[in-house]
Design a protein around this ligand. Sequence first.
Ligand code: UD1
Length: 343
Amino acid sequence: MSNTKILVTGGTGYIGSHTVVELQQAGYDVVIIDNLSNSNIGVLDGIQRISGIRPEFLQGDINDIRTLRDLFSTHGPIKGIINFAASKAVGESVQKPILYYRNNLVGLLNLLEVMPEYDVKGIVFSSSCTVYGEPDKNPIDESAPIKPATSPYGNTKQISEEIISDVIHAGSPIKSILLRYFNPVGAHPSAEIGELPIGVPQNLIPYLTQTAAGIRPLLTIFGNDYDTPDGTCIRDFIDVVDLARAHVIAMRRMLDRNDTAPLEIFNLGTGRGLSVMQLIQSFERATGVKVPYTIGPRRKGDIEKIWADPTKANEVLGWKADTDIDQTMRNAWKWQLKVTPAK
Ligand code: UD1
């Protein structure tokens, strides 16, 4: 009997590539569609070096519904989808809202339309803790109110959740699990895959590791006058491999069980808030490498503090993010050293 096949959109990206490896190691066959707008084909080699299996790959855009129908006809039967294909830079989304609404919504609509035609049972969707806005209290669980989005990027995540919910309520014969990620960081411990930002990194960890590697002179901490113990923002930093594992469990749950609700939502975080300063300290402790930094003004739109209550994912999925943060920082550093060009 052949293995169950899963379509991973955006599968050569950061979280996508780590999830492909976990799916393969769990015995699923994987087909990736990616337009390579923010990733590179060499990621397939890294995946293959870890798992021993090269995933099927199609360079294409899920915004084109004909491409999708071709894919389902020629690479099928596909039983489940994990949808990572989306743009994710908050600042860029403010400058280019049309690009963000198109990229993040049209592809999703296409997938939802095509799924029943090809008997695809379920879709795992990459959502974000950004849907909670600035929480009234922490840790935050899935019943917390959705706050008005502060960027087009955040808005696309809220709208995507609503689209999926509306489609299922309208009777589409599909299931979905919405995964609200907190702050994914780190890299595969093999250093075969990791985060590969194109251009100047917007997120903390790639900026930090590039600074530690001497590619950038100085990390700027965006504000140290927040209402937190050390004045810097607090986040729930979750190891990317822990995060990837949750997708496999969610997929198995959707496909193998017929006693679960058609739409479920889970927070994916550690339950531990760490400040930006504490994360820098963890990196320095774990690697022995100093990070030159300076304190700058606050970044517009930043949330002061947010961390997850992951109890539902822990209990219902039987999943826990348990990689030690220092280990995560060592993995991020090992990956950075691997991709840093020799001087
Ligand atoms: C943001 C989004 C999140 C999205 C993620 C992926 C919001 C509120 N959050 O997370 O939904 O999934 O990006 O792109 O929309 N920092 C510095 N210096 C730097 C970079 C960051 O001090 O050079 C600080 C930030 O001010 C923040 C923390 O580090 O306090 C984390 O920032 P970042 O890694 O960009 O992630 P978020 O903004 O939390």
